[in-house]
Each structure stands twice: as C-alpha cells, then as structure tokens.
Design a protein around this ligand. Structure first.
Ligand code: ZN
Length: 76
C-alpha cells in the first residue's frame, strides 16, 4: 500500500509501542501494525482500533495490572 501522507510505498508491518493516555499518565501498549517507513505514519485496522478501545475501557475500569517502567517528565 501507499502512504496517504507522504505517498511513499514503503509501508511495513512492524512492532510499535502505542501510547494511550490514562489521566495524566501514558500507558505503552505493544502492537503490531502498518507503519510508513518514510514518514512514520501509523495505520490501524478495525481490529487494532477495537483492541485499543478495549484497553482504554479496561484502564477506566481499573482491570489492568500496570508496570512502572520510568517516569514521564515535563520540562519547564
Ligand atoms: Zn508516509
């Protein structure tokens, strides 16, 4: 497929860490999805979108065990 952002044709299935906002925290969710290797645009299919929505719901309901892996700091 061609990237709709940069028209590049190097779009590959790769492992990424999607960042999901949870209050003032960010939760990294490992995913496998299509990413343009030229501009970095990510493409999510319907299944992946549903998967992410499910995770957001589980976070809201407090059903997920989360691990601290570091801090997110704001400069200034
Ligand atoms: Zn692109």
């Amino acid at each position: 497929m061609r990237c709709i952002v940069c028209q590049g044709d190097d779009v590959e299935m790769v492992d990424v860490q999607e960042q999901v906002r949870f209050g003032s925290d960010i939760v990294c969710v490992p995913l496998r999805t299509l990413v343009c290797q030229t501009c970095g645009e990510r493409y999510y299919d319907r299944r992946t979108m549903r998967h992410l929505e499910g995770i957001e719901r589980e976070l809201d309901e407090g059903k997920v065990a989360l691990r601290d892996v570091g801090r997110v700091l704001v400069y200034g």
